[in-house]
Design a protein around this ligand. Sequence first.
Ligand SMILES: Cc1ncc(COP(=O)(O)O)c(C=O)c1O
Length: 406
Amino acid sequence: MVKILHERNIMKISDLNNSITPSGTMAISNKARLLKQQGKPVIGFGAGEPDFPTPSYVIKDVQTAAEDPINHKYSPVAGLDILKDEIVRTSKLYSGFNVQNENVLVSNGGKHAILTTFMSILNPGDEVLIPSPYWTTYPEAVKISGGNPVIVDTSFEDEFKINTEQLDGLKTDKTKILVWVSPSNPTGVVYSKDEAEAIYEWAFQNDVWILSDELYEHLVYDGNTSPSPAQYDAQLRNTIVINGVAKAYSMTGWRVGWIIANTEVINMAKKIQSHATSNVSNLSQIAAYSALKNGLTETEIMKESFNRRRLFAFQEFSNIPNVKTIKPNGAFYLFPDISYYCDGKIINNVNNSIDFCNWLLDEYYIAFVPGEVFGKNGFLRCSYALSDGNLQEGLGRLTKAIKDLQ
Ligand SMILES: Cc1ncc(COP(=O)(O)O)c(C=O)c1O
């Protein structure tokens, strides 16, 4: 007979529970959702995804593939060959580096690719340099993998860019990886070729891995772009590239990303993925294959809209008194400095950017993500991946909110 248990101590879960935080964009978007459900006219600036449908040829190819029984079965852990070959082809075509099919592992989105990479490289206590403001997943994925995130703080004045003196100052004998993302989420900043080359040179000389997150590779405006470190590292000795279809082809829900690395890393990542997820859904892989095969025409159309909204949003923020904004060259975000309004004196009970974003949501029904989520108090992230109408209306409300204070 099993005795019914009463009043026993709580069973223990992992100590990780004390160090990992949930995805930080959730709190404000949950609140925005609740307000919407109550019928409030909420406009969200939190979206980390394009507001366009996935291209129709992708849907058609997936419909056909769904009829084929071969796609109803398990497939190779590292990905379907047709997709991997297409990743090899487009990496050469768009990013200018040569790799082979065996250098690629397809995973469940860029996010999963990043976690698997950290798990493949890190030993307990290894350090990962992460430029701040950072995409919220990096430090948490490092911790899940047993490593220690080391934040490389940047300032508005330096356009949120790191430099090699900072890296020298933070490097220890435990430093294993540098996270690199250009264009950046959350700032939209793109490094110049010279700036990027100086950082790559530093990593190569110091035997530090570079995890180059290239998810926003195709969303660069004004023709400015920074080259992938893989262009300088033909053997992929130091370089691991992360990419995916989420942002460039409006395919966030399909969950396809990939790792490009040397075969030692890929074989390790394969072992991990074989026990974690087996293969990525075949239909999603075929969707990604179709997206890559059909080129960038749809991406260019989306980019035109993003560029128009970028210029509009930048202009609007620039006209708001005491708010400073860098004109970003990539992704679909602005990261304005709103610290002037966060000192507790200008707006009652607004002492940081979380308070400021809550105030905007409560009083004006506009939802931005506070800078704290990305490691930077005094800022907010504004995604301009929303319709032109909503962008105008929402930023109009923001302008009014600040005007009402004067
Ligand atoms: C910088 C960056 N890297 C990676 C990802 C992950 O993209 P996904 O997992 O949707 O492919 C995101 C998504 O927001 C991102 O902003």
